[in-house]
Write a protein that binds this ligand. Structure first.
Ligand SMILES: [Zn+2]
Length: 90
């Protein structure tokens, strides 16, 4: 019976690997959340503790909002509202 062996053994492991929960863009879900260079509270959420911008695959933002966020964050950095980096004491 050739049709009994539908699945290859390595198919299952690949399926397991690609599984992840779909994140929704916070700005799409909540329209009251505004991306602005003055909104440091919002911007800080999307940065690491080192001051780097969280990548889209982690934050779950959509392309459109990530673009706006990046622009706002860079603007905030230039206005000295956000850090470029934080000094790490070693
Ligand atoms: Zn969005």
């Amino acid at each position: 019976m050739p049709y009994q062996n539908r699945r290859k053994p390595n198919d299952k492991s690949r399926f397991r690997r690609t599984y992840h929960r779909r994140k929704i863009c916070r700005f799409c879900a909540d329209s009251s959340l505004v991306i602005d260079y003055k909104e440091i509270k919002v911007l800080r959420y999307f940065t690491t503790e080192r001051g780097k911008i969280t990548p889209r695959r982690i934050s779950g933002n959509c392309a459109k909002h990530q673009r706006i966020l990046t622009l706002a964050l860079k603007r905030a950095r230039n206005m000295a509202l956000m850090p470029f980096t934080t000094s790490v004491v070693r």
